[in-house]
Design a protein around this ligand. Structure first.
Ligand SMILES: Cc1ncc(COP(=O)(O)O)c(C=O)c1O
Length: 407
């Protein structure tokens, strides 16, 4: 059994989450999260990394590789392809062929490459905000514009607006859509019908669909993930599916991910873009870790999901009973919890200030996921319960001090 309760010291590891803050998009070294700060320590609950040590089989495989002492260029073999293929089939029921697997050095770089290759400057790329903000960055940084079909919040649960989506895909300036499935930050595991409808709309209007399924392994008990790969073969001809072991097994720093591209023409074009970008090398540690994660990591992942689900239960019941001005959105997938703080009546700037300066919690501000996220926060629950307990006590007292001003 892994000890998820243990608070690990992450100093001296170049940890973005615990040793840096990001100002104007640039990471700066920061000591406010240092445990030496005692009660003044800022609790880091932002970027999507876990505070858990990864699965032992992964650590052991990496250790063996380090002991070889040679770190030259590396590339994938059948062993790697079998590991990815086996995982997709076992975990998601999705049979893929070796040829369909296109490794990349992360999904974020892959998104930029996809935007460059499959749309033209000045065109629009469709997304559903509030959504993982690097989607917008990949579009804007490559001189395309964002076209948003906002998610609808109904009875404290987000839904896709499929009518609006259909209207927007019909725009001749739209060649590409990026779908987040499961959805970060709103925590939805979309239904089979939702995914199918999006696929059909995109196919009908000849819009290439990118299905970012990086959180597909992280499904909370009682919920189900429907990979795009389970859809009709004709819909698979029009998709690039993004997967990685990085979120599931806490390996993001190893920069290892895979695109699944069933259509040979799309695959050929994607490989051309990878070549043109010069980003074709694969990190040897990423290869080793991916193989170990997919072949031997599942028991650890199940334990981690169980622990995160309990963290969510704890947070949800604490907020419902002790901070009723906040509303927690149901967590169906991911370890990122989306909380509605709009009843506090604070501007985004004041809400950020309350979190960072009063409660001393470093979270992701809802507005960074698009204006639709204004008044919300995203909290990372992949941490020891002790951190969540501390954060919630701080949040409660900061909000209590504020309350008279609200009324
Ligand atoms: C939806 C989504 N896509 C991609 C990523 C990051 O991918 P990578 O680290 O492979 O670039 C994240 C990280 O949180 C994410 O939430």
């Amino acid at each position: 059994m892994s000890d998820f309760d243990k608070v690990l010291d992450q100093r001296g590891m170049n940890s973005l989450k615990w040793e840096f803050t990001v100002r104007n998009g640039v990471p700066e070294q920061w000591d406010q999260t240092d445990p030496e700060q005692g009660e003044d320590q800022v609790l880091s609950m932002w970027v999507a990394d876990m505070d858990f040590k990864t699965a032992d089989p992964i650590v052991n495989a990496l250790r063996k590789r380090v002991d070889r002492g040679i770190f030259g260029y590396a590339f994938i073999t059948e062993v790697y392809l079998n590991a990815v293929q086996g995982w997709m089939k076992r975990r998601h029921g999705y049979p893929i062929e070796h040829d369909w697997i296109v490794p990349t050095i992360g999904i974020v770089p892959a998104l930029s490459m996809i935007v460059r290759k499959f749309s033209s400057p000045g065109e629009k790329v469709l997304i559903q905000r509030p959504v993982y903000y690097p989607f917008s960055n990949a579009i804007k940084n490559n001189a395309r514009s964002v076209l948003c079909s906002p998610l609808k919040l109904e009875n404290n649960r987000y839904q896709m607006d499929l009518e609006d989506l259909e209207e927007k895909t019909a725009d001749p300036e739209v060649q590409l859509m990026i779908l987040c499935s499961p959805h970060n930050p709103v925590g939805r595991a979309w239904s089979f019908e939702d995914i199918q409808k999006v696929g059909e709309i995109c196919l009908k209007h000849q819009v290439l669909l990118v299905a970012d399924e990086i959180h597909g392994d992280l499904i909370m008990p009682g919920h189900q993930f429907h990979s795009y790969g389970l859809l009709d073969p004709k819909l698979l001809e029009n998709v690039i599916i993004c997967t990685a072991p990085s979120k599931s097994f806490n390996l993001a720093g190893l920069k290892s991910s895979n695109l699944i591209i069933p259509n040979p023409e799309i695959r050929k074009r994607m490989k051309e873009e990878i070549k043109a970008s010069g980003l074709f090398g694969i990190n040897p540690f990423g290869i080793v870790a991916t193989e170990a994660a997919y072949n031997e990591g599942e028991p650890w992942l199940e334990e981690a999901i169980g622990y995160i689900a309990k963290n969510f239960e704890f947070l949800d019941s604490f907020i419902t009973s002790s901070i009723p001005s906040l509303k927690v959105l149901p967590l169906e997938a991911t370890y990122l919890c989306w909380i509605d703080c709009r009843a506090l009546g604070l501007s985004d700037q004041k809400l950020d200030q309350l979190m960072m300066e009063e409660a001393q919690i470093y979270m992701d501000e809802g507005h960074i996921f698009g204006p639709e996220g204004s008044g919300f926060i995203r909290l990372n629950l992949a941490c020891p319960r002790e951190i969540i307990e501390k954060a919630l006590q701080r949040l409660k007292s900061s909000i209590e001090q504020l309350e008279p001003k609200i009324d």
